[in-house]
Design a protein around this ligand. Sequence first.
Ligand code: NAP
Length: 480
Amino acid sequence: MIKKRVIIAGSGFSGIALSHYLKTSGIEDFTILEKAGGLGGTWRENTYPGAECDIGSALYSFSFAPNPTWDFKWARGQQILSYIQKTADDFGITPHIAFNQAVKSAVYNDDSRRWAVTTTDGNIYDAQFFISAVGQLHHPNIPNFPGRDSFEGVSFHAAQWDAGADLTGKRIAVIGSAASAVQLIPEVAKIAGHLDVYQRSPNWMIPKIDAPEGPIEKTLAKYLPWWSKVRRLSLWCQGEYIVWPTIKGARVRGAILKTLANWNMRRAVKDKALRKTLTPDYPIGAKRILFSDHYYPAIMRENVSLITCAADEILSGGVKGKDGVTRDCDVIIYATGFHTNPFLMQIDVTGTGGKPLTDHWREGAQAYLGMTVPGFPNMAMLYGPNTNTGHTSVIYFAECQAKYIAQWVKAAGEGALDVKPDVEAAFNIEVQSRLKKLPWDAIDASWYKDGDKITNNWCGGSREYRKRTKILTVSDFEQV
Ligand code: NAP
């Protein structure tokens, strides 16, 4: 049994942010349990060609670790991974990570008021605090297509990229046309013999207008720290004052983004009928707005066919669409998203009186400010329920949570803090009633939802979230 003050599960952006703010609060007695052999979370796992960020690098980075050496305005996946690794090294966090330690369960002991955190290989950590930083998008979802096992070619999920698969000259089917698909399709199209893109629903997509960071920009960023701060602020303002109001239904800003999206499509797609099939029938912002300069040109390539229906069935030699047509292929790439519910899948969490967390979440996940749950003293989450954002950087949210949790750990002292049930319940009612007014609610099924309940997204702007998490209100909790 290894005794620690704080056990953190996961060493992605959230786990590193929390470690940093614990350290700056003088708390060094913590360990990050990382299931894999390396850190980096989603950026370690997603190695598909074209993987890159869809939030500008100056904002998709830690406020405490600006990076003057980004090679592109929208960083590529490999450079983001290197950045996380370097930050963990520079800030003395790497020695706190125990690799290949997948958390299996976390059980609260009412008598000792401590957590027993057990890993899949049987290690038990005795901790005052158990904090999850496992993220929301790491359980690949492949729909249960009839006949999937009968496929005789190569198939894999985008987030489990098969680097050994030779795609050159092959007939390839990509199922899905959202954030992951629009990044990998332009790269795969370059080498495929033929590529079928199964688009069940189109997406609003605005231009990225990406470019390499030139020597002047890199020099400015290196020697003038305010330069990066101004760029960060400008990106934050775009998300907060253009995209977020659009999601809420602001007409003029929505019209501007739609005009940009239409221009993005028109500059590559000259055929009016094809443009129609690529144009969503839902309001801009109701699903994640995508960014790409390369997707529409890829769709126009001679070796690419846009199949405007869902994939329905997998056969030994290909994919059958909802249109009833079977199209042969050698490779299937599933860009079909992730299982995002239940939260903390694969970790059995048990709170006071032996109550499982799944009991509290029977109607869908919820947590006060997305972090704490009544009956689970000294347990918290980063990137927990209702903390995802469709308009800005999740790292901004992770830092808000990390600072809040560092205050909360200090406030608990030697004891245990449990959020008051009425505080959490009132918060959840407020969040859900506000979410009901947003267009995400009108979409039948998305990764934002568990049944009818929006469990993943925050209901407001990031400024509001920062304000509400800036200073811990100790009276929201009771000592147990
Ligand atoms: P996703 O948004 O859940 O998209 C899944 C796609 O699969 C959708 O296009 C969906 O169609 C489609 N699909 C599901 N079943 C299908 C079927 N039977 N036939 C055809 N299509 C089918 O998943 P994702 O693209 O992996 O993105 C998930 C999230 O990851 C994003 O929202 C974003 O937050 C994050 N992400 C971020 C980046 C980045 O740049 N930072 C990159 C990739 C992903 P429908 O739209 O009709 O449901």
